[in-house]
Every structure is written in structure tokens, then in C-alpha cells.
Design a protein around this ligand. Sequence first.
Ligand SMILES: Cc1cc2nc3c(=O)[nH]c(=O)nc-3n(C[C@H](O)[C@H](O)[C@H](O)COP(=O)(O)O)c2cc1C
Length: 366
Amino acid sequence: MSRRKVLAIVGGGTIVAAGAATGLFAATRRPDRALAPWSAAGEAIEPRRHALSYAILAPNPHNRQPWLVELEGSDTVILHRDAERDLPETDPHARQLTIGLGCFLELMTIAAAQTGHGVDLDLYPEGENGPVAAARFFEGASLDPLFAHVLQRRSCKEPYSNEAVPADLIDQLTPLADIRTDPKDVAALRELTWQAWETEAFTPRTMQESVDLMRFGKSEINANPDGIDLGGPFLEALMLAGMLSREAQSDPSSTGFKEGVKIYKEMLHATPAYAVLTTPGNERSDQIEAGRRWLRLNLTTTALGLSLHPVSQALQEFPEMKPHYDAVHKLLADTGHTVQMLGRLGFGPTVPPSPRWPLETRIVDG
Ligand SMILES: Cc1cc2nc3c(=O)[nH]c(=O)nc-3n(C[C@H](O)[C@H](O)[C@H](O)COP(=O)(O)O)c2cc1C
């Protein structure tokens, strides 16, 4: 059995075993219920529900889906951050969660244009402890060509090929992000992202936060379509064989944990370029803006046939991470500016969508 197949994963996201088993077992392992929101998107007629059915497909940290919406009056969406979905260990100031909400708002706006609606956004109308945004839909908007890539967009958590990102593609990304391809920068970032990942994985309380969000196999994924989904025929076979379990993932001395570490090291190093978003300030509005830009960047990479994968460990704000946080800021940002997003960029494989809670579960009464 190859190392890539002995998957035991720590630290984030959908994992797909390469060359997974085929046959009846494989055919029954797709978590259809958890993926249904991807096929239901766009079915609603009412303009706000139509746009929201796409917005819930936005990228967001640990796939927490930290959004709750109220439909107010006939034309307004009130967006709240769901505090029950906070990540107190790895995102103590909810900076990353707020970026995810920025991704949500941008995707909602792009989808609203499909029904001819513009969106007036009022951010934090009652201050930072209140709703994230009041979004008023109005008639009259032109289509956004990035909409065509919404259903194919992914965070691709796989090794990328050695192929350099061509200059003409980089030119199309530079209005949205700082793209780093210089071999010295790339080598430094490979090492930094790896060391930061190790720090998160070997700090028990931050590791446990991830383990608690792991969903092992189809029935757990369907029951809780969020967090870190470990599914597919191969991983489920490992679970049946007792080789991939919640216990092993909490135990750095277990074989399963050690194999996971090797796989992540290999994947993080298999990166030819990075995309970086920085902001001069670090207010909530800056974080929302960074999320909006990240979403557009991720749709643009999709359009160009490129893969993108946020690697946020070095940007996390807990004490053990401080040396990596400082190093990444020294390398990537002007003094006093904040690195909001750092992502691997290159050519990766096609990967399946990640689970989502259905829209109806994310709508609350005002
Ligand atoms: C602010 C932010 C930070 C993220 N950080 C990481 C990360 O450190 N590692 C990772 O594998 N994915 C990271 N992601 C990607 C999410 O895990 C991913 O968006 C989520 O699982 C949903 O998958 P999708 O983007 O393929 O739809 C991040 C996403 C956002 C918006």
C-alpha cells in the first residue's frame, strides 16, 4: 500500500484517496445528502434565496459555514456570524471566519446579478457586535462573467505538479493578489507553511480543535455536512480496517497520525507558486474585503485551469504560532500591514466538492 493511500489526516479539508477502489462499495460511498446543496443551487425563484443558494458554497475556514441569514422585508438579507461555529483556538479573533463571510457576500453579489439584481451592502450597520451586513437587493445589474465558475471552484488540497505558472496567467491574477514565483520566496514559503502546519498539529489544543471537527465516513458527513470530511471508498476502507480513527488522529505517536504528517509535508512542498492578500489595516471591513477578493481570485484561478489552496497556519494568532506569524509578515507584508490570506497556487488534480448544510438550515427568523 502506498504512503499516499495510507491516509490519516490532520489539519483541514476533504481528502480523496488517489486510485480509490471501484465497484459497489465505491458507488455507495458518496455522501449525496451532504453534497445536495451543490445541485440545488439556483433552483429557488425568489431572488434572495436564489443568490443565497450559491453564497452557501463559498470557501470558509474549516468548512464551518459560519453564516446565518434573516430575510427582512421584501428585499433585504441580514447576515450574522454564527458564534456557535467559532474556532477559538486557531482563530481567536474570528479574523479568518470574517474572511469567509466576505467570500459569502461576494458570491451572493455575483449570483444576484444572474437575476438582474444589484446588492447594496451596509457592513456592520449596528457596530462590530451586531450583524455582519445588511444587504438590500435592487433591480438593475449586469452579469458577472465569474459566475460561470462558481460550481467548479474548489480549495484544492492536493500536491501540485512542478509545472510553473505561466506568465500570462500570472498577469491575469495580479490585479487580485500578490503572486510569488521567485524561487527564493517559494522555497522560504514551502518551509514556513510546513513548519507552521507542524506547530498547529503538535500543539494539543489546536490539533484537538481540528480533530473535533473531523467527520469520519459517509454517515458522519451526511449527519454534519461541515468541518473536515474524511470520506470516499478508500478512507472508509481504512476506517473499517481500524487504521483511520478519531483516537489515532488525537495521538501523535500513532502510525496513522505519523503517516498523515508525511502526506501533508509532501503536499505543502509540492507547490510552485503562492498567492498573497495583504491589507494596510485589519478592521472587520478589511477582513470582509479580503474575503471578497479571495473569492474572485479563486473563481479566476478556476477559469484559468489553476488550483488554489489556502494555507493559513502561519497566519493564526495563538502564542505558539507567533514566530511563524512574524516571519510570514516580514516576508510578505509592508511593516504594519496584515497578511489576510496565503494560498498555494499551481496545477493540481480535479477534486470533488465539499459538503454544505442546506440553505434552509442557515435561515433564521428575525
Ligand atoms: C479564511 C480561510 C482560511 C482557510 N484556511 C485553510 C487552511 O489553512 N487549510 C486548508 O486546507 N484549507 C483552508 N481553507 C479552505 C477551506 O477549508 C475550504 O474553503 C472549505 O473546506 C470548503 O471547501 P471548498 O473551498 O473546496 O468549497 C480556508 C478558507 C478560508 C476562507
